[in-house]
Ligand binder design. Sequence first.
Ligand code: BG6
Ligand code: MG
Length: 219
Amino acid sequence: MPAIKACLFDLDGVIVDTAKFHYIAWRRLANDLGFDLSIEENEKLKGISRMESLEIILAIGGVQLSEEGKLKRAAEKNVRYLELCQQMTPDDTLPGVRLFLDELKSASIRTGLGSASKNARIILERIDMLSYFETIVDGNRVTKGKPDPEVFLLGAADLEISPENCAVFEDAVAGVQSAKAAGMMAVGIGEKSVLTEADLVVPGFSNFHLADLLSWKSA
Ligand code: BG6
Ligand code: MG
């Protein structure tokens, strides 16, 4: 098994629980357009870019909008989302995340963020975690969304680490697929029954340490 020399992290749902805010903001948009958005439907939006998410939601509601209308609705959703994010503090960082990143630093394992979000830097600043990542690949940089491997390949290239020496932490099906397409180890954060393509699935970082990752690789 190749050694792990870098860990690349998704943001939403891995570092911080912003999924609830995305859901509230998308649901309000759907309600404004005259239909509802269920939690199950929202699950399909995880890891998916803002404009692609909007397309999925419009298809769910059977609503058609002009290109201008789509941009306006997406911008409205983002304003609402960022308003909700204002209530976040460093305490909203998911349990165990900081400790895990500290362990990586002590072991000289490189760190990067690979997120579809265009708000990644704003969110990391809010939770005071910007300094934990040596590179940030976000929705402003990628041209192809997850499940395309671009986001994680760019992260590995920034860190000058070969993809086979990278592990990716992801809570979304599309994100796990992106990691696997990049030729990286994929650690799913969530449930095995959902993240079926991940190499390893853990519920979160609370009881997960670097030693667990390294011993899995050499198993
Ligand atoms: C992903 C989220 O990380 O970022 C998606 O899982 C979200 O739900 C996407 O749509 C884009 O985020 P943003 O912040 O650019 O609208
Ligand atoms: Mg995510």
